[in-house]
Design a protein around this ligand. Structure first.
Ligand code: PLP
Length: 469
């Protein structure tokens, strides 16, 4: 047992360590990183000695391992690609929607080259970034005018701030929802300066509830898609058409926060029926907002569409500048929207739609490709087989709906399931799956065809390396 003073004296010298590491790792690692790591590691050790948690001097080799592990950690890119084996298609934590190939190419173009972002090529004068997608959105939705902002939360806020600040907005109690990530309709309303007037009961709201609540202070009737929340049983809500008639009678605006905002009727492909954006526009709703990266399958964006005079007012709001979308969003959104001119193209090219409408036979074939490659290779370490399972739409859309799917079921022989799940999550290419009934599942609905061989190699390599439990 050495005394504290002696232990502190034995701590390595920062400069010597830096030189030693530099010689070992070569010029790839910036000296700034090496220096910071050395200082942090030595400081950590000093604290341990001072608090009597460490009573031996570390060997040179121990120090080197400590430094290199920390350097590796610091050097690792934080924002990384993962394989989504959860089966949740619109997975908000894993980046929501994947873009089509055309859309990702457009991102690279927008980043690597100058563009006509705010330059009118016909007139040679300053242009508007919004005009680049406005006509497209109007064509596809039947709306008179459109505007795109940072996300749907921003869209809802901007519209309310423009149209309802200092006035009353009537909302059904059945629609006062929290969407997740702390987006709550009543809170957004307060921030926008509008006064919330709740009507009806949680399960039932009638047209007369709205009518009785209308006062000289009322400016707007708001409808909110309940997204990740469903009321069942003895329920009723007022239709968009009925609300439009009521609003006209009193000179009010009807707004709908549609949430996901789907342009294709997915019930034709076996999914539950959701009102499409086109139907809401057709019903006469004055202003509709929805996300770009939920069922639409595009980049993060908030799309605002509606009557020209209403949208013009929103466009003039100076807050717009704070909520505006960047060139990457615009570039990729345009490509995604263009595919919607032809529904077949949209279903084939837009990954979110392709994954949602993929049949379980196709998914099963994907699974067999991987199983065939890995089964023999890993059988000494892990049981593997294909099992039928169910995937979810995600993104707050169709919350109670299950899509039939197939998953790779893995059960390691020595490793505990939680340790297994965590180890896969921390690989250089992380694999995210789910544990269900004591097996680890990789749902192939959300694994891309181009990822199948990577997935096989990843699992084979994982079990090839002897791992400490
Ligand atoms: C998801 C959602 C939002 C928030 O949209 P973001 O694009 O995530 O900002 C708002 N309202 C409803 C009804 C939603 O479903």
């Amino acid at each position: 047992m050495e005394n504290t003073k002696q232990l502190l004296r034995n701590l390595p010298k920062v400069d010597e360590c830096i030189t030693q590491i530099e010689n070992f790792v070569g010029p790839e690692v910036p000296t700034a990183i090496i220096k910071q790591v050395v200082q942090e590691c030595i400081e950590t050790e000093r604290q341990k000695i001072l608090f009597a948690q460490h009573d031996t001097t570390m060997s040179n080799a121990d120090w080197m391992d400590f430094f290199l592990a920390e350097i590796e950690r610091k050097n690792r890119v934080n924002f990384r690609r993962v394989i989504n084996g959860t089966g949740v298609v619109i997975h908000t934590n894993l980046g929501r929607s994947l873009l089509s190939e055309k859309a990702t190419n457009a991102l690279a173009q927008a980043g690597g080259y100058y563009s006509n972002l705010e330059f009118n090529l016909d007139t040679g004068k300053r242009g508007s970034r919004y005009s680049l997608v406005e006509k497209l959105i109007c064509d596809l939705t039947g709306a008179e005018a459109a505007l795109v902002v940072n996300n749907n939360a921003a869209a809802v806020f901007l519209v309310l701030e423009t149209l309802a600040r200092g006035t009353e907005v009537i909302v059904s109690r059945g629609q006062l929802v929290e969407i997740g990530g702390s987006f709550r309709i009543p809170d957004v309303m307060t921030k926008s300066g509008a006064r919330l007037v709740e009507v009806g009961a949680t399960n039932r709201t009638h047209l007369f509830d709205y009518e009785n609540a209308i006062s000289p202070e009322t400016s707007l009737l708001l409808r909110v898609h309940t997204s990740n929340f469903r009321l069942i049983g003895f329920t009723s809500e007022v239709s968009a058409e009925e609300m439009v008639v009521l609003a006209r009678k009193h000179g009010l605006i009807v707004m709908e926060d549609l949430g996901s905002g789907c342009l294709v009727d997915l019930s034709k492909f076996g999914l539950p029926r959701e009102p499409t954006v086109q139907e809401i526009v057709k019903a006469g709703v004055d202003v509709v907002t929805f996300s770009g990266d939920k069922l639409l399958g595009g980049p993060q964006a908030g799309i605002i569409i509606g009557k020209r005079d209403v949208i013009d007012r929103v466009k003039k709001n100076p807050l717009n500048r704070a909520l505006r979308i960047d060139k990457f969003t615009l570039a990729s959104l345009e490509m995604i929207l263009r595919d919607y001119y032809d529904t077949e193209c949209a279903l084939k090219n837009i990954p979110t739609l392709a994954m949602l409408t993929c049949t379980s036979e196709v998914i099963k074939k994907r699974g067999y490709k991987v199983l065939r490659k890995i089964k023999k290779e890993i059988e000494a370490k892990c049981h593997s087989c294909l099992v039928s399972t169910v995937s979810r739409v995600g993104g707050g859309a169709m919350p109670e709906y299950s899509l039939d799917s197939w998953a790779l079921a893995l059960k390691p022989l020595e490793l505990g399931l939680n340790a297994f799940e965590s180890a896969l999550r921390r690989l250089p290419l992380p694999l995210i799956g789910r544990i269900e009934n004591d097996i680890f599942l990789v749902d192939f609905r959300t694994v891309q065809d181009r990822e199948l061989s990577e997935l096989s190699v990843l699992l084979i390599d994982f079990f090839r390396v002897e791992r400490a439990v």
